[in-house]
Write a protein that binds this ligand. Structure first.
Ligand code: BGC
Length: 433
C-alpha cells in the first residue's frame, strides 16, 4: 500500500488548464483538461470540465525496450500534441504549462511530484526504470526537448478514478481499476498510516497535530506474493512462471484482464492435448499454442452469446483460433469461460471488501474503470453479489446494495488534472503563509 500525497478529495470548485499524460498498458494518452469548477452556469456534471485528447498506440516493442526509448517516445508525443494544439503560442519557458502524469504502476512517493517505480507490472519489462524516480526521468527528457511543461504530479490511475468521480459524486468512496491490471484506492486518515513518519512537518496542522487524510494506492494486485493464502491452479502457476516478473502480482495474475484470456487458453489447450476436445478439426489446434492469443473480449463474447446454436461463438473460434467447434465443445468452453470470469470478479470484490472492512465503510460508490468492468457483461453483477456475501448484506437485512459500483469519470485525464490543480493551489497557499 503506497501513500500518494493526495490530501483530500476535490470540492468541485477546482479550476485550471492542465496537460495530462497517461501511460497505460496499451496506449499513451495526452489531454488538455480545463476544469471549470462550480461555475454558476454549470447545470450538468459533464459541463464542469472540457477536454481535448489524443491517444497514441504504444508500439509493443517499447514494453521491452530501454528507459531512454520510452521517455523519447513519450516526449515525441508530447511535442506533437503541443505543436498540433498550438500550445507553444501560450506557454513558454517563463510560463510553463502544468503537467500531470498518470503512471499506473506501483511506485513509492516521497512527494506528489516524485515516484520511484517498484516493479513493472502488466507485462512491461523496460530496463533502467525500476528503482528510479520516473518523475525525474520524464523531467530530464522534457528539459532535453525544451518542452514548456512543468511536471506537477505523478498519480496512479486508481487515485485518478476516485478523484475524478468525487468531483461530481460526493458518495465516491473508492476508485477501482478492473482492466488489464487490477487495483484500488481510498482515503485514509493520516494518523493511521504506519508508513508515514509522524514527525514529518508536512503532516501536521497549525497546532502540531497529525490530522487530515491521504489517498492510499493499495496495489493489491501484489497481494499474496508469498503464496500463503490464495489457492492457485497449475494454470496460474504456469502464467506466473512464464511472466517477466515471476512471483510478482499474484492477485492480479488470478483476476485481471490481461490474464483471464490466458488462463482460459491454458485450460482449453490442456484438454485438447489430452485428446478430449478439438479432435475433429482438420487444421488442428496449433493457433491455441500462441501465448496471450485470447483476450478478455473473447471470454466476454463467449459468455454473452445468445445467438441461435451459439453461432457467434462458433464464428469467434473459427476467426480467432481457426477451429471448427462442435456443440459439446461450445458448451464446455462456455463453462470454462464462466469459471475463469467468476473467480476473477469475486476476487475483485475481495479487494474492495478488504478496504471497506478496514475503514468501516458501509455505504457509497466504488468508481470503477477498466476493460473488465466496462466490457464484461456479467462482471458487475458477480462483483456485487460477492461483495454482498462478504459484507453480509442479506443477514443485515439490506434491501438495496449499500455499496455500488459506478462508472468512473475519466481518472487518468480529468482526475489527474484535478489533482494537479489541487497541488498548485496548495503550493500557492503555502507560499502565501
Ligand atoms: C498496477 C497498478 C494499477 C493497476 C491498474 C497494476 O498492474 O500495479 O498501479 O493501478 O495495474 O492499472
Amino acid at each position: 500500500m503506497n501513500v500518494t500525497w493526495v490530501h483530500h478529495l476535490p470540492t468541485g470548485a477546482e479550476k485550471g488548464t492542465i496537460l495530462t499524460l497517461d501511460l497505460g498498458g496499451t496506449n499513451l494518452r495526452v489531454c488538455t483538461v480545463t476544469l471549470h469548477g462550480n461555475a454558476a452556469d454549470t447545470t450538468s456534471p459533464a459541463q464542469n470540465y472540457s477536454l481535448e485528447q489524443k491517444q497514441y498506440k504504444l508500439p509493443s516493442s517499447i514494453k521491452t525496450d530501454t528507459a531512454d526509448a520510452l521517455w523519447t517516445h513519450i516526449a515525441d508525443k508530447l511535442a506533437t500534441f503541443i505543436a498540433n494544439k498550438n500550445l507553444d503560442k501560450t506557454y513558454n519557458d517563463a510560463n510553463k504549462m502544468p503537467l500531470g502524469f498518470t503512471f499506473s504502476y506501483p511506485a513509492t512517493q516521497e512527494r506528489i511530484d516524485h515516484a520511484v517505480l517498484q516493479r513493472w507490472t502488466k507485462g512491461f519489462d523496460i530496463a533502467g526504470v525500476e528503482d528510479h524516480d520516473v518523475a525525474a526521468q520524464l523531467r530530464n527528457k522534457i528539459a532535453q526537448r525544451n518542452l514548456p511543461l512543468d511536471l506537477i504530479c505523478v498519480i496512479n490511475d486508481t487515485v485518478g478514478a476516485m478523484v475524478a468521480s468525487a468531483y461530481n459524486d460526493p458518495a465516491t468512496i473508492v476508485g477501482g481499476i478492473f482492466g488489464t491490471g487490477c487495483n484500488a484506492a481510498y482515503m485514509s486518515s493520516v494518523s493511521s498510516i504506519a508508513k508515514l513518519n509522524p514527525d514529518d512537518s508536512r503532516l501536521k496542522d497549525r497546532d502540531g497535530n497529525v490530522t487530515g487524510q491521504m489517498a492510499i494506492n493499495c496495489e493489491y494486485g501484489a497481494f499474496d506474493n508469498a503464496h500463503r493464502v490464495l489457492p492457485r491452479t497449475k494454470y496460474d502457476v504456469q502464467i506466473d512462471e512464464e511472466s517477466p516478473r515471476v512471483g510478482q502480482q499474484t492477485f492480479e495474475k488470478l483476476s485481471a484482464g490481461l490474464y483471464l484470456g490466458e488462463i482460459y487458453r491454458l485450460v482449453l489447450l490442456e484438454l485438447a492435448e489430452r485428446g478430449l476436445i478439438f479432435k475433429n478439426t482438420d487444421a488442428g489446434y496449433e493457433k491455441l499454442r500462441e501465448r496471450y492469443c485470447i483476450d478478455t473480449g473473447f471470454l466476454s463474447q463467449v459468455e454473452d452469446d445468445e445467438s441461435e446454436r451459439f453461432a457467434k461463438t462458433r464464428r469467434l473460434f473459427k476467426e480467432t483460433l481457426g477451429l471448427d467447434v462442435v456443440e459439446e465443445e461450445i458448451e464446455l468452453s462456455r463453462r470454462v469461460a464462466e469459471l475463469v470470469a467468476v473467480r476473477g470478479a469475486r476476487l475483485c470484490a475481495c479487494g474492495v471488501a478488504a478496504i471497506c472492512l478496514k475503514e468501516g465503510i458501509e455505504e457509497g460508490h466504488v468508481a470503477a474503470d477498466g476493460s473488465v468492468a466496462n466490457k464484461h457483461p456479467k462482471f458487475k453483477k458477480r462483483w456485487a453479489g460477492a461483495l454482498g456475501e462478504i459484507l453480509d448484506w442479506e443477514a443485515k437485512g439490506k434491501e438495496q446494495d449499500p455499496i455500488i459500483i459506478t462508472s468512473a469519470e475519466d481518472g487518468s485525464g480529468v482526475g489527474c488534472a484535478i489533482i494537479a490543480a489541487m497541488e498548485i493551489e496548495r503550493r500557492q497557499k503555502h507560499t502565501q503563509t
